[in-house]
Design a protein. Sequence first.
Lengths: 546, 259
Amino acid sequence: MSTTTAAATPDVSAADDRAVVRALVSLKLRLLRNGLRRSPGRAAGFLVGTSLGLLFGVSAAVGMVALRGHAGAADAAAVLTAGLAVSWAALPLFFFAGDESADPTRLTMLPLRPRALLRGTLLGSLVGPGPLVGLLLLIGAAAAGGQGAASAVVAVLAVPLTLLLLIALTRSVAAANARLLSSRRGKDFAIFGGLLFALLIQLGNLGMQSGFQDPKGLDLSVLHPYAAVVRWIPPVSAIDAVRSAGEGAYLVAALQLALAGGLLAVLLRWWLRSLQDLMVSGDASTLVETSSVHSGTGSRFWRLLPAGRAGTVAQRHLRYTWREPRAKVALFTGIGMTCVIAALSVVQGWSSVYVIAIGALMLGLQSGNLFGMDGSGFWMVAATLSTRRDARDELRGRVFAVLLYGVAVLLLVGPVLAAVTGKWAELAPALGLALAALGTGVGLGCVTSVYAPYAVPADGNPMRSAAPGQNGVVMLNAFGSMFGVTLGCAPLGITLGVLLISHSPVWPVLPAGVLYGAGMVLLGVRIASGGLIKRLPEILTRVIER
Amino acid sequence: MEATTTPPAVSIRDLWKRFGAQTAVAGLNLDLPAGSFIGLVGPNGAGKTTTLSMVTGLLRPDQGTVLVHGADVWQDPVAVKSRIGILPEGLRMFERLSGRELLQYNGRLRGLPGPETDRRAEELLAVLDLTGSADKLVADYSTGMRKKIGLAAALLHNPDVLFLDEPFEGVDPVSAQTIRGVLTRYAASGSTVVFSSHVMELVESLCDWVAVVNAGRVVAAGPLDQVRGETSLHQAFLGLVGVREDDGQALGWLGGGHR
């Protein structure tokens, strides 16, 4: 009892806090090690990933150092740091949600002072391959822009400061995300996070293409206008302070460092606040605000669905797509990516109505794991499937739901693209190709849903797509489907190519594509329904997350 | 009654919590006597979990004060948390630690000396029949094992008051018996146990003091014999929360083999 009462008295804070920080850092290491020990495959994946990451980090750093003396070296350093900051900020939206050590809700029972918790979590976050790669890149960036002793002194300060800022940024975004996702409206809002990220990637892509397409030599001048702006924005400002100091502009360097320091202080303060809030707000075991949903079984739209099992299943699938944040995110990211690519193709001037085939590919992928979203609720489906006919109706219903919005999007985007580009002649064959791709994707999706299903974790982050240990299946499913769809559409694509080359009329591709797609859907449903009946227990085991 | 002479272990005054339009806890007042084995009973949705969360500093109340041995939970959460042990219902734990490591980190984070933590952890693991799985990851534990390792973590620092939310739910009879044994021993030493449950027989056999909660309020509280009177706790409970007997008119189609 003496130890606990000693811990309870407030005057042992300093030593106590240091022990807490040490324990939290060692906890992070232990969790990392235990996670790897769990499966040899994961350990191997981690090793390969880390090696590739470090290789990339080292080569990028060496590349940056090689740029020293080049006119645009400092600009490149600034842009690189900005890119690093954006990707670190976006990371928690997509990956690493499984970092238990950063989850304060697991520590709520312990008498921890929030500041000690913050320091421990911050230091714990520095452990791992990600921060190491970041450190390498930052060292490279600082070396590229700096010159002389003054730069070196500033760099010693700026690099760790920037790294801390990146981590604080990631954690703040993760905390904000967690808070956002605790409300239904927030979950809806998170969809736009996915869209925003899709847009950012495409913008980055655009920038890279315009910057590096000149084969004659490395022309970094395109970066200058961007660098001129971002060098004042922390955390980039800290790295650019190295250049400022090298050029003798000590006041500017000090100002840039102060900006970064200021942001760090603000972020840490905000992070601390959200840590405290997270620890005293309700978790899943307490009530949260709930709202009723309108079923509207009698509404005119639902009455359009076929009666019987297929119609019921389609209705449920559509409802789920709308109500389940993870499904919604997946759908809207698919549609968003299609729209973004279409818009960018117009801006960049390579636009063609055939772009909608890419959209069809992405929408078709929506059906690659039809049962994953059911999770443990899949038993209810499994309990009612007894004949092959049931299985076929179940698949038909789900397929119908996916096709309903898939076809609608294609029919909407296609004419818009044709109108914008004026290439109306392309509309018919492009739609034909796209519908064939959609049908192939959905048909193949039925098969992968049955033979390579995976769990979709329901906790916290709707952006995370795989349960621990199932990353391999997810990748296999996604990339296998993409490859399969491309291969499956090849006959139609080749025919289209032949028609185009021989200047024959291409409009027959539209009906051919519709038939082709429909055929692929029917084939997929046929193949999958047999497997579905046989593999019910296996699917149930796989889609239940653990 | 002893409770009036010695200061209460937990004192709850005018506690409120609303989730949107729904009021989970509505002005709850309760004094829990020190050194008792206390059962918090109530139907599902009565506000038991919400109350326990607010009492243990896990959920911020909209209004009200909670004192644990005189210390305000929401003024000085660190001091209170170091004196209490908590086993929440949906216990979130570090899944990728082994049971033994989980206890070791709990001890370190609570500021217990290393050797002392190890000694206590080994004893708790042995008593709770977890020694064989001490090096397995918590992620691979069964429900009963999770409750037991959670209980071990809650007892590690020898708290003055132990709060348990549905500690026996989903637990097999063997593990339940083990947990009962540990709790009885702990309570016999003069510490306070507060646990929520809707299994009346369990409360009746374990507790000497009960509080009945319904719709976010305390409808009865006191020593077990006083609350149940002449009937069983089950009967008394149904009377207190106002359950009407089902007349069986609905569900006429059920049973009998007709579709």
